[in-house]
Ligand binder design. Structure first.
Ligand code: NAD
Length: 271
């Protein structure tokens, strides 16, 4: 994002953001918040529902949607090209689309099942972030912009949070993605992350085919109770509660930060 001396809100108005996983949960809440502030938002999601769900009345921001898989280089390139063609530039890339592993442990699955599950999880949560960053890097650099990725408490905490080994591995790897990109894309592009604790969304959509692991992860009510019980603040944040963290990282308010991770996790990191 260019850094005019302006207020937080003014700076977002007219900015152009490419957001993956914008059709539901955290991405949807962020997309709507950006549109309300006058940003133009291009979403990339395998789910086609984003444009309708993101229409926000009375905003000057426009939303466009690309249906595609974040692991597909062509889909990412299409989304970048669409942003540049329609709005003239790309100020920010938000890598957010992710899938959960249902909390599967090495004892729950056969080696073959683990291979298949781990490949699906790592493909979306790590390869998807890298492919997206690669597609967006030149355009975001031309705009002196920012990248923000969604990591997780599972990037740091490996038990009690419902994450299985494949998901935790993918979110730990995400930390490497963020820190490496921050080093590689400096000085013109800042790269940071938000690592939420548990947020009752879609709920961290299980990878296709991972229905068997759903039993391990549990129903929504028990997940909410689990989230509340493991963090010191005894809090359960909504997707909307996370939005200010992204907006902060997307604007010059955070201009001293790169390679940094904000952790809205109710204090889980000190539990
Ligand atoms: P969600 O399931 O509500 O939303 C994820 C979105 O990503 C969906 O719209 C889905 O269609 C899309 N998506 C998934 N795989 C895709 C693919 N291969 N290609 C294109 N789109 C794809 O989940 P959410 O909770 O909003 O998750 C968003 C991010 O937040 C993920 O990276 C997740 O790991 C992370 N996260 C979630 C929680 C939580 O508790 N909900 C906690 C920490 C981190």
């Amino acid at each position: 994002m260019a850094y005019p001396q302006s207020s937080f809100e003014d700076e977002l108005a007219g900015s152009v953001v490419l957001l993956t996983g914008g059709a539901s949960g955290i991405g949807r809440a962020l997309g709507q918040a950006l549109l309300r502030r006058g940003s133009h938002v291009v979403t990339l999601d395998r789910d086609g529902a984003a444009p309708e769900t993101q229409a926000v009345e009375g905003t000057s921001g426009r939303s466009l949607h690309v249906v595609g898989d974040v692991t597909d280089p062509e889909a990412n390139q299409r989304a970048v090209d669409l942003a540049v063609a329609e709005f003239g530039r790309l100020d920010a890339f938000v890598g957010n689309a992710g899938v959960h592993d249902g909390g599967a442990t090495v004892r729950d699955l056969s080696p073959g099942q683990m291979r298949d599950l781990a490949r699906r999880i790592l493909d979306v949560n790590v390869v998807g972030y890298l492919v997206g960053a690669c597609a967006a890097a030149d355009a975001v650099e031309r705009a002196d912009g920012t990248m923000v990725f969604t990591l997780s408490d599972a990037s740091f905490v490996v038990s009690g949070n419902g994450a299985g080994v494949a998901y935790a591995a993918s979110k730990h790897a995400g930390l490497g993605v963020v820190r490496s990109l921050a080093a590689q894309l400096a000085p013109r592009v800042r790269v940071n992350a938000v690592a939420p604790g548990g947020v009752p969304t879609g709920l961290s959509s299980l990878a296709p085919g991972a229905e068997a692991e759903k039993a391990v992860y549990g129903d929504v009510e028990s997940v909410v109770e689990q989230i509340r019980s493991i963090n010191p603040l005894r809090t359960v944040l909504s997707a909307e509660d996370l939005v200010p963290h992204y907006l902060y990282l997307l604007t010059s308010q955070s201009r001293g930060l790169t390679g940094h991770v904000l952790r809205p996790d109710g204090g889980l990191s000190v539990a």
